[in-house]
Write a protein that binds this ligand. Structure first.
Ligand code: ZN
Length: 239
C-alpha cells in the first residue's frame, strides 16, 4: 500500500472529495454550489467557487484567476470537471488551508507556513520570503538554536537535531547561498517563487520529522505495550 498520507495535507483531493475544514472529516464528498466572477483589475478576472461539504453542509469559499469548468449534477450542485491539482489553482480560501498542517506542529509555525503559502499563491514574493525567514527564526527559538542570521541559525539547527536528515538543512543553505550573491548589493533577501516552493516544501518535511513522526512513533509504541500487557495479563486456561 503506497503512502497516501500527503493527501491529508490538501484541501481538494479531486473533483469529488475534499478535506472539510469544518467537520474535519478527511476524504469527504463535496459539491460546488455557487460560482461567480468579478473584475480583479481592468483585464484580469477572478472566479469565486463555493464548496459544500456533503457531511456537515458547511460552505467554504475559494478564489482563483482560472475559469475552472464545472458539470451540473442535480439542483444547484455541480462538480469540477478536473480533479488534478485543484489546490494549486486557488490562491485564497476561507477557511484557510491552515487545518491541513498536522496539529502536532507548533501553532506559530503552522500560522507562518499558511501565510507563506498564501503569499506565494498570490505571487507576493517579498511577503513569502519574509515568512520563510521568520519560520527559520521561530524554529531556532523553539529548538534553542543559536545564530544571528538565517544561515547561522540553520547551521545551528542542523547540529542540534541530528535526527533530521542533514540534506534538508543543506538544501536550505544552498538556496540561501546561490540567491544571496545576486541580491547582495541591494541587501534584499527576496527569493523567486521556484526557490520559495523548495524552501517551504523542505521546511514542511523538517517540521514533520521534528514534531509529527516522533509523536506517531510514541503513540504506536504505547499501543503495542498496551496490547502486550493485555495479552500477558490474560490468565492461562486451567488444565
Ligand atoms: Zn464538513
Amino acid at each position: 500500500m503506497p503512502d497516501m498520507s500527503y493527501l491529508d495535507s490538501k484541501y481538494f483531493i479531486d473533483e469529488y472529495v475534499f478535506n472539510c475544514p469544518f467537520c474535519n472529516r478527511r476524504n469527504v464528498a463535496y459539491t460546488v454550489r455557487h460560482l461567480d466572477m468579478f473584475d480583479w483589475t481592468e483585464d484580469k478576472k477572478c472566479y469565486i467557487y463555493l464548496a459544500e461539504c456533503q457531511s456537515c453542509d458547511k460552505v467554504s469559499m475559494h478564489l482563483t484567476f482560472e475559469n475552472i469548468q464545472t458539470n451540473p449534477i442535480s439542483g444547484y450542485h455541480r462538480h469540477f470537471i478536473i480533479g488534478e491539482n485543484l489546490d494549486e489553482k486557488f490562491f485564497y480560501s476561507v477557511p484557510t488551508s491552515f487545518f491541513s498542517l498536522d496539529k502536532r506542529i507548533p501553532r506559530v509555525l503552522r500560522e507562518l507556513m499558511t501565510e507563506a503559502e498564501g503569499c506565494l499563491k498570490s505571487n507576493f514574493l517579498t511577503g513569502a520570503s519574509v515568512c520563510a525567514r521568520k519560520l527559520v527564526y521561530e524554529l531556532a527559538i523553539l529548538e534553542g538554536a543559536e545564530g544571528t542570521d538565517y544561515e547561522s541559525r540553520l547551521k545551528s539547527l542542523k547540529g542540534k537535531r541530528p535526527d533530521v536528515e542533514p540534506e534538508y538543512f543543506d538544501t536550505l543553505l544552498t538556496i540561501q547561498q546561490v540567491t544571496s550573491d545576486k541580491v547582495h548589493e541591494l541587501s534584499y533577501d527576496g527569493w523567486h517563487s521556484r526557490h520559495l516552493r523548495v524552501i517551504l516544501a523542505t521546511l514542511t518535511e523538517i517540521f514533520n520529522t521534528m514534531y509529527v513522526i516522533p509523536k506517531l512513533r510514541a503513540e504506536k509504541r504505547q499501543s503495542i505495550i498496551k496490547l502486550k500487557e493485555e495479552v500477558l495479563s490474560q490468565k492461562k486456561p486451567q488444565k
